[in-house]
Write a protein that binds this ligand. Structure first.
Ligand code: ZN
Length: 133
């Protein structure tokens, strides 16, 4: 199967052999505001959003900055977000953003681990091209 994606380098053997993540453009039924699945920034979506999919599982929508940064830029932003969440969890600081409360810490750590995993998988993507869903 040929794709329009430009292959820049031979695919490296990934340490973690997982299936490819993919980007798909979806049409929303209404205007929604969510946060980017990768960097956590507010992501205002107008009718269409670019979702990140693990197989058929929708991990969340990706903001324009992450999309523009390519897979490496997006992976960097994802790792920065994971670090931010870990420091929130470790410091246990109540902020309006996390709603405060210690019960968020385990969840934040798990989510940070998940984001690190996603970041590694982003770098292994062979194609960074949103497709019509
Ligand atoms: Zn983002």
């Amino acid at each position: 199967m040929k794709t329009a994606a430009v292959k820049t380098a031979p695919v490296k053997t990934a340490a973690v052999a997982t299936r490819q993540l993919k980007l798909m453009v979806r049409t929303h039924t209404e205007i929604s505001q969510a946060v980017c699945a990768l960097c956590g920034w507010p992501n205002l979506t107008l009718k269409t959003g670019t979702g990140l999919y693990d197989g058929t599982v929708h991990l969340g929508d990706v903001c324009k900055l992450c999309l523009r940064g390519g897979k490496r830029g997006a992976a960097m932003r994802t790792r920065a977000h994971a670090m931010e969440l870990r420091s929130l969890a470790e410091n246990g600081v109540s902020t309006p953003r996390n709603g405060g409360g210690d019960h968020y810490s385990p969840w934040l750590c798990r989510y940070a681990d998940f984001l690190d995993d996603v970041a590694a998988r982003l770098e292994n993507m062979t194609e960074w091209l949103p497709r019509p869903g």
